[in-house]
Write a protein that binds this ligand. Sequence first.
Ligand code: MF3
Ligand code: CO
Ligand code: CO
Length: 274
Amino acid sequence: MSITYKDEAGIAGMRTACRLASEVLDYLTPLIQPGVTTLEIDRLAAEYMKQQGTVSATIGYQPSGYPPYPGHLCTSVNHVVCHGIPNEKPLKKGDILNVDVTVIKDGWFGDNSRMFMIGGEAACSVQARRLTQVTYEAMWKGIVMVRPGIRLGDIGHAIQTFAEGNGFSVVREFCGHGIGQRFHEDPQVLHYGRPGTLEELKPGMTFTIEPMINAGKRDIKEMGDGWTIVTRDRSLSAQWEHTVLVTETGYEVLTLSAGSLPAPAFVTPAPALA
Ligand code: MF3
Ligand code: CO
Ligand code: CO
């Protein structure tokens, strides 16, 4: 597989798919409350996607060696790192939840995820809040690096330095990825690394930045369902994800919509909305 560079038509397709993926999270936000199950969230998302005219990229997704993924989205609670499968267990006050949504619109894929603090910030531990915040900022430390001429190692290094500097660890087994008319394309976008190494960025590349940051050690393990990834030490894990475009001069975050969280204060100037 090789990197695909999007032309104006491709960029337009990506802008639309990515905005719609973000709007699924906007729609879900007020519904994510204590007592709701992640399976209910999945069902509500499926209905909303139908209304939007999008299709979930995750349902039935089956990379080689995996069973087909059964959800319209991923729901990863507390020590679940990623790929949590929606289930019947009600969310409770103080849980932290990642919801990861990937939709397909007119053949183009948009991929994004956000964290939710169940019962509100005040219901969550200081550690959970700090992990969620640091992970959001870590994603943006990577995003602000993006421009033609830098290398993927610069992005990974920025994220790793920030996360580890805050006393947390970076999961290494999963990474961001090129995205376009396929879900997972080249390149792999590692969330750790050395400056000046790996692929050079060029205009027209679209890829995700989606750091998984653990409160404890970086080690993970896979559960028996073939998908769910948890921290080996059962420490909390957080993740945020945006899909970005490399422009002639910098970056454009594609997975933005009315409900997107503002960029952190260190992001200047604010990125242009599509
Ligand atoms: N959306 C995830 C990502 O960011 C991938 C989920 S694959 C699934 O790459 F099958 F677990 F849904
Ligand atoms: Co992704
Ligand atoms: Co995703």
